[in-house]
Design a protein around this ligand. Structure first.
Ligand code: HEC
Length: 101
């Protein structure tokens, strides 16, 4: 019984995390990267849908710190992610990694 309660709490918690990544993505990222991560942002970036979660976290952290600038538009991305904390970045990266191109 205890186990069942624990598992159902865990899955509720996971879906809250997922929902948060999805809602941040929809409100802050989709305008440039596409609703499903399928677009090249401002015709500069790669398509990000389905990229590996760890790589996404590194890139987003790099933009946040201002050390990543792959196509001359790193400053624009810095503004988009500078307000995100580590756990939000992880949630968004997890969400994007599960999108299909
Ligand atoms: C104003 C348009 C815009 C918005 C909004 C935006 N991005 Fe970007 N994104 C860009 C541009 C332009 C680049 C390319 C930056 C560069 O020169 O390195 C980029 C690059 C990226 C990359 C690296 C892609 C590659 O080619 O390796 C990731 C990952 C990314 N963005 C994630 C996000 C996330 C997550 C959000 C929302 C929190 C977001 N972006 C919001 C425009 C945007």
């Amino acid at each position: 019984m205890k186990k069942i309660i624990f598992i159902s709490m865990l899955s509720a918690f996971t879906s809250i995390l997922m929902a948060n990544g999805a809602s941040i993505y929809a409100s802050k990222c989709a305008s440039c990267h596409g609703a499903h991560g399928e677009k090249s942002a401002l015709e500069k970036s790669k398509v990000i849908a389905g990229e590996d979660e760890g790589t996404l976290i590194k890139k987003i952290q790099g933009y946040k710190c201002g050390i990543l600038n792959q196509y001359g538009m790193g400053g624009a991305m810095k503004n988009m992610v500078k307000g995100l904390d580590d756990s939000s970045i992880k949630e968004i990266a997890n969400y994007i990694s599960k999108l299909k191109q």
